[in-house]
Every structure is written in structure tokens, then in C-alpha cells.
Design a protein around this ligand. Structure first.
Ligand code: RVP
Length: 504
């Protein structure tokens, strides 16, 4: 006979935190949101610790290289989407790794024989005023000059004028040597009143630019997550079909951590994928797995050697798996059971396997609840898709700016590997996700700062200064359907435009 769970499966909106005692020490400045990404033994530290408990979803409409750099600057990690060719995914990872804090690979490059018309077109396309002129027009070619808006006058010059006749030639440029530190580069920028400093190797090849404005923003990012080489930390999604080719390419490109991207992780395919990684790389390559929604699923993946385990089936904002297949579990209930299983496994084995609540976060307080319920970090799709840095277009729909956001199980993404149950059949026979719009919300930095501020304030109300402390001290209550109404503005006529409880 089928097994019946005793409790209904519940979502975050059905819970609230009840404040605990807060001392004078309980202030947001004293809160740290550091959290482990990968498993570790009792008494040891995780090989990767994030500075904030947020990762961006392994999705085409969320995690490209721009998102990865922006999120690492704030202290979290993006997982570059795996539903693209191995070469494309590896190139995105390599692009993130090439972006050292404050050192930016040049993205606007032309040849000396190109024309003013090419300069104007490239500036329009990329929006950047500094164009590197290299012998072959590539980002790492031999540098022969620079063109900025000070070098040409569109109204007075023929558009066919060759760049070599008006660029600032290399001999007149102030450059930095590859290997100098960011603060040395910054000193050169200040001493010479520059906006951009090209960094050149011994063969006069262009490596990076250091921009004055980037140095300033670097100073504003005390949480940024860097590897030992000062490159941004980045993750990448893999699947259970082509791992023997994809994993080596991603590792070569510099991915710091991998994650098997699947809607259903309690499967032999995931075990075999993890086994292959262990056999080929030992524990030098870290790989998360999932998704699971109960104790058995967690134990299976923990025993298979997953470095972290993702929790959640069917709760994603664009996900229709529950409607299509009737599988899944309320996100809060799933998380609570898996968190208990994680603690039980830790007590038994001395190995702490971090868990990640994936999907279904609608309000910022849902993140605090997820952490309080035992999640070590949180994966977000819709949340990040709304920002400038997501790879999708910003579109004006009926007077409001929107970003596009589509599920990996939608016909648009065609990520059949994520929903693969093995066997000969390849391709999507039915969709498990939708294609949608989400309201455009501005920059990642502004939004993440606000969210973290809310999380820290709530933690102070619970008398907790760290995530483990929150998990220990949190008092969580279920709410009745009527008290949900009490939670928003009610019995007043809200003045237009000063209140929204959507998408915060
Ligand atoms: P959300 O943050 O609620 O938008 O959910 C994002 C999560 O939804 C992803 O991390 C993934 O687990 C899941 N997802 C992605 N695509 C689909 C789908 O098409 N069904 N679901």
C-alpha cells in the first residue's frame, strides 16, 4: 500500500517567525551571512564559503557571465546554465574567470585598418567609449593604440577615415604591466589622470583594462567572492548524459564548483555522474546534486558523494511539473524534512552536507524563513531574472518595463536533459515550464543590498547574528488563512503607488 505522509505539504507563506530576545549586540552591522557551499568534516571548514547565502538558478534566462560577475561581487555564486553547448558554457565560465576584480578583459576591440564608421557602430552596440586597437582586432591581440571619444569628431570627419590616422598610438599610451596589483594600477590611473589603464604583457599583448570607475566600485564590494587568483568564483550546471565531455571542459575553463541540474535527483543517473567525477578528479572537483524533497532522497545523494544537495520540486515560479506530472512537495515541508536528514547524517558521520532551498521564493522574508528552516543557502531564478544583469531582453509591455523569464522545462529552453529519465528517448515530449515576463527591477546590487538588509534585521529580531544561530534560535509558527490577510495592508484604502507586496 502507498505511503501517506502525515502532514500536508506546506509553502513558506504559511509560516512566520516569532521574535526572540535581542540584546544590544543584535544590530545588522554585527550580522554575518557567511555560509558553507560544499561539504566538510566536523572541525574543518568548507573549501568554499560564500559571503551571502544566495546562488542564481541554472537557467538560460538567469545565469550568464554578466550575472555571475555581478553576484560574485556581492558575495554569492551563479551557476552558468548547462542547456547550451559545452563550448558555449565553457566560454562563459572562462569569461567570468578572466574577470579579475577590477581587471576587465576588453570587450570593444578593432583593427587599425577599420574605420570611424566601425568605431561609431561598436560604441552604439556596446555602449563603451574606450576601444582597444589591436593588430588583429581581438581582445588579446598586440596593442597598437586606443580610441576614445576625445580622438574623433563625428561632425567633422569622414566616416571612412581609417582608425590608424586618428587613434592615440601605443607609444603615447600609459600602460600597466601584467601582474601588477589593483592598487598599483589605481596609483597609475590617479597619477596620470586616466580613465582607463591598459594592462599589457611582455609581448605588448592586451590583457585587461583597469577602469577608474571599476576600482571605485571594487572598494564598494567588501563581500566580493574571489578565488586565490583574485578571479570571481563561478559555478556551472552539468547533466547526467554528457558529463564525460562537459566536466573536463568546465574544469579547464576554471569553474569553481559544478551542480547536476535536474528536476529529480533521486536517481541512479546522478549517482553515476558523481561517481565518474570522483573517479576522475577525487575531491578536487566539487559537485552539488538534486533536486530532492525528502530524507531518502537526501541520504541517497549524500552517500553518493554530493558536495551539496538542492531541495525542491515543482515550487519554481515558472514550473508546472506538479500540474503536468503530479509530483513535488510544498517547499517548506520538503526543506524541513531534508534539513533534519542533513543534521541526522552529520551526527552519524561527522560530514556536514550543505543544503540549498531551490525555487519558490516570492518575498524576501521567504529567504529568512528558508535559512531559519535549515537551508544553508538559497537558489533563486525569478528574483535574479528581473535585474539588469540577467541575459534576457528588457521589453516595454503596456507601459511597464519587463524582463523575459522562461523555465528550463519550457519549449523555449528545450533543456530536455534536465527532465530526462534515461533510456533511449531524447527530447521534450511535454513541457514542465512556462515562458513569462517579470517586472524589471534595476540593478542586482541595489536589490540584493535591500534584501540582505531585511534578512539581517529579521535575524536581529530573532536574536541571531549568524545563520547557524538563526537555525538554532528561530521560533516558527504556522499561520491561519485569515491571519494571512492581517499580514498585508488591510482595512485601509492604500494610496496609489506607495505599496506593493509583489516581487520584493
Ligand atoms: P524561482 O526562483 O521560483 O523562479 O525558481 C527557480 C527554480 O525553478 C530553478 O532553480 C529550478 O530548480 C526550477 N526550474 C527551472 N526551470 C523550471 C521549469 O521549467 N519547470 N523549473
Amino acid at each position: 500500500m502507498a505511503f501517506y505522509f502525515k502532514e500536508p505539504s506546506r509553502t513558506f507563506s504559511e509560516y512566520l517567525l516569532v521574535p526572540g530576545y535581542s540584546s544590544t549586540e543584535s544590530t545588522p552591522e554585527n550580522v554575518t551571512l557567511k555560509t558553507p557551499l560544499v561539504k566538510f568534516k566536523k572541525g574543518e571548514e568548507s573549501a568554499i564559503t560564500m559571503n551571502i547565502p544566495m546562488v542564481s538558478a541554472i537557467m538560460q534566462s538567469v545565469s550568464g557571465d554578466e550575472m555571475a560577475v555581478a553576484l560574485a561581487k556581492e558575495g554569492g555564486i551563479s551557476f552558468i546554465y548547462g542547456s547550451q553547448t559545452i563550448e558555449e558554457e565553457a566560454a562563459m565560465v572562462a569569461k567570468v574567470k578572466a574577470t579579475k576584480a577590477g581587471f576587465v578583459p576588453s570587450d570593444s576591440n578593432l583593427k587599425p585598418t577599420d574605420t570611424l564608421a566601425d568605431v561609431i557602430a561598436l560604441k552604439k552596440k556596446n555602449g563603451h567609449g574606450t576601444i582597444a586597437i589591436t593588430e588583429d582586432g581581438t581582445a588579446e591581440g598586440k596593442m597598437v593604440g586606443v580610441v576614445t571619444s576625445r580622438d574623433y569628431r563625428v561632425s567633422r570627419m569622414d566616416k571612412t577615415t581609417k582608425i590608424e590616422s586618428f587613434m592615440t598610438p601605443f607609444a603615447k599610451l600609459i600602460t600597466g604591466k601584467d601582474g601588477i596589483s589593483l592598487s598599483e594600477a589605481n596609483d597609475i590611473i590617479w597619477d596620470n589622470k586616466l580613465n582607463a589603464l591598459p594592462i599589457i604583457d611582455d609581448n605588448q599583448r592586451l590583457k585587461y583594462f583597469v577602469f577608474r570607475k571599476d576600482y571605485d566600485s571594487h572598494k564598494e564590494n567588501p563581500n566580493e567572492l574571489l578565488d586565490s587568483d583574485k578571479s570571481y568564483v563561478v559555478g556551472a550546471g552539468i547533466n547526467t548524459r554528457d558529463y564525460a565531455e562537459r566536466v573536463p571542459a568546465l574544469v579547464k575553463a576554471g569553474a569553481d564548483v559544478l551542480c547536476i541540474d535536474s528536476s529529480e535527483g533521486f536517481s541512479e543517473w546522478q549517482r553515476l555522474t558523481l561517481k565518474w567525477i570522483q573517479e576522475n578528479y577525487g575531491d578536487t572537483v566539487k559537485c552539488g546534486a538534486g533536486n530532492v524533497v525528502d530524507r531518502e532522497g537526501f541520504r541517497f545523494l549524500a552517500e553518493a558523494g554530493a558536495d551539496f544537495i538542492k531541495v525542491g520540486i515543482g515550487g519554481g515560479s515558472i514550473c508546472i511539473t506538479r500540474e503536468q506530472k503530479g509530483i513535488g512537495r510544498g517547499q517548506a515541508t520538503a526543506l524541513q524534512e531534508v534539513a533534519r536528514a542533513r543534521d541526522e547524517y552529520y551526527a552519524e558521520t561527522g560530514v556536514y552536507v550543505p543544503i540549498c532551498s531551490d525555487g519558490g521564493i516570492v518575498h524576501d522574508y521567504h529567504m529568512t524563513l528558508a535559512l531559519a528552516m535549515g537551508s544553508d543557502f538559497i537558489m533563486l531564478g525569478r528574483y535574479f531574472s528581473r535585474f539588469d544583469e540577467s541575459p534576457t531582453k528588457k521589453i516595454n509591455v503596456n507601459g511597464q518595463y519587463m524582463k523575459e523569464y522562461w523555465g528550463e522545462g519550457s519549449a523555449r529552453a528545450r533543456n530536455w536533459q534536465r527532465y530526462d529519465t534515461g533510456g533511449e528517448e531524447e527530447g521534450l515530449s511535454f513541457v514542465e515550464g512556462v515562458d513569462s515576463y517579470v517586472p524589471y527591477a534595476g540593478s542586482l546590487k541595489d536589490n540584493v543590498s535591500l534584501t540582505l538588509s531585511k534578512i539581517k534585521h529579521t535575524m536581529c529580531n530573532c536574536g541571531a547574528l549568524t545563520i547557524p544561530e538563526l537555525q538554532e534560535k528561530a521560533k516558527i509558527t504556522l499561520v491561519s488563512a485569515t491571519s494571512l490577510v492581517e499580514g498585508g495592508a488591510h482595512d485601509v484604502v492604500v494610496k496609489e503607488g506607495n505599496y506593493t507586496n509583489k516581487n520584493d
